[in-house]
Design a protein around this ligand. Structure first.
Ligand code: RIB
Length: 308
């Protein structure tokens, strides 16, 4: 696996996680069951999932010059991730994400991007010598839209396959979606991308096919306990989920994407990689937290062999 090189351009956040019985309504104060902190951010989560599975990962992200910044960098290093392109935004806070997880394991997340919004085109260009040698690049939307556009243009110019996880949703110029190789939204992001609510499997399929037609790219929709949906030119196919006892779904989408990138490089087979990524993501929901719920390669091999 040491030959799989993955570049991640994305966010880091300090996750501030409260376990709650239910969401408070506006104006209400309710006690939470517990509180925990952990390293998160969709970019770093995907990088950590890939690194835990044994990939050689280079991360491009921006921390703040505050209490959290050094910890974010140490955490990436302790996961074996190359942090040469992790820089600090003077006068800014590191990203933080208050997260609420209910008794069913479902979550609601706020993000305060701050330093992440300072990641610039120049930061991407500085990392170009390493990024252009990667097997695949991962990008999400917790950065400024200008930086996202620059990354898409750069990946095309370098000829490196790009996976875009359009999360959290922000409006993206269609012409840029054409520049990515794999588009991986969840069902909520898909609904926002096609600009209408989607009810049931057939509406999801229609919307995914529409997105495929507009972009010409491979579309994969992650749909939680329903598994994932692949739409390519000649096929529209569901990949069933692996059902497990769930305690916390936070970061499951990131576990899917980080692991999918590794499996795709390893097996060069999209459907097989989705099957494995469904399982890797499902296993992450059996433990609490985001990155700390992701399995190492050894844990993954052992657990998956019990389900095969
Ligand atoms: O996808 C989960 C992540 O979203 C959390 O780690 C949080 O930081 C937000 O970025």
């Amino acid at each position: 696996m040491d030959s799989t090189r993955i570049g991640v351009i994305g966010s880091n956040m300090m996750d501030l996680i409260s376990r709650i019985e239910r969401m408070p309504v506006m104006g209400e104060t309710i006690p939470a069951r517990s509180f925990d902190m952990g390293y998160g951010g969709k970019g770093c989560n995907q990088a950590v999932a890939a690194a835990k599975l044994g990939a050689d990962v280079v991360m491009v992200t921006k921390v703040g010059d505050d209490l959290f910044g050094p910890g974010v960098i140490d955490n990436l290093r302790s996961n074996g991730i190359d942090t040469r392109y992790v820089t600090t935004a003077a006068g800014h806070h590191s990203g933080v994400a208050p997260i609420f997880v209910d008794d069913a394991g479902e979550n609601a997340i706020l993000i305060i991007k701050d330093a992440n919004d300072c990641l610039s085109a120049e930061d991407i260009d500085a990392a170009a010598p390493d990024l252009r040698t990667c097997d695949v690049l991962l990008l999400q939307l917790e950065l400024s839209v200008e930086t996202v556009y620059h990354c898409i243009d750069a990946a095309r110019a370098w000829g490196v396959p790009l996976i875009l996880n359009p999360a959290p949703f922000m409006p993206i110029d269609r012409q840029y979606l054409v520049g990515v190789d794999y588009l991986i939204p969840n069902e909520h992001e898909l609904a926002l991308l096609v600009d209408r609510p989607l009810y049931g499997r057939s509406e999801l399929e229609t919307a995914a096919v529409e997105l495929r037609e507009h972009t010409g790219k491979t579309v994969i929709v992650t749909v939680g306990v329903q598994g994932s949906l692949l739409v390519e030119e000649d096929r529209c196919q569901w990949v069933p989920p692996l059902l497990v006892p769930t305690v916390d779904t936070t970061g499951a989408g990131d576990a899917f994407i980080g692991s999918f990138a590794v499996f795709l490089c390893q097996f060069q087979d999209v459907l097989h990689s989705m099957t494995l990524a469904n399982a890797y993501a499902a296993f992450s929901t059996m433990r609490v937290g985001t990155q700390k719920s992701f399995l190492t390669n050894e844990e993954w091999q052992k657990r998956y062999s019990q389900y095969e």
